[in-house]
Design a binder for this molecule. Sequence first.
Ligand SMILES: [Zn+2]
Ligand SMILES: [Zn+2]
Length: 203
Amino acid sequence: MAGKSRHIVHRGARSPFVLDVSRLGLRPGSMITVAQTVPAPSRIGVELIAIPEGAPVELDLRLESVSEGVLVSGTVSAPTEGECARCLTPVTGDVEIYLTELFAYPDSATEATTDDDEVGRVVDDTVDLEQPIIDAVGMMLPFSPVCREDCPGLCPECGVPLADFEGAAAPHQHDVIDPRWAKLAAMKPAEEQPPDPAAGGRR
Ligand SMILES: [Zn+2]
Ligand SMILES: [Zn+2]
């Protein structure tokens, strides 16, 4: 598989998601495959979880010449890192998206009848998958990732992760004194204290 993609070169310092399609030669029916791993050019994802910048992104794609342009289809997968929305512990995982993107040839009817934010363009014999990948990954990742489905989150009183106390002999809890009782406790007369013999009697 790797041999088939050796002619897909990245030009200059462009995004690794920009692929050269010159080998397709505007011949409808011709097809090349891309099976390679490239570093993520930036953090890709949502607020709490994303593909980190530089993480290995696996491209497994078919690039086909069709009459109007280049049809790119296949999977893109990468590791993800983020934090649990409930307890803030780091979470890691993987994301896999399936892409089907048409890039219109210059001077094609599709180019003439669509905006470039609807249908991508073949520019200088390249297609740029960056925006489609960013969009698809953003749709796929959870808005509120959790370390596990039943994560109990943090203690609302003191902020410790409640998962740390699972299986403990006693549940994590705080002695919450009703404010009214707290006031009474403060007013408790000194007489109720056991007499302190060392003090030599009481007032
Ligand atoms: Zn959690
Ligand atoms: Zn607590």
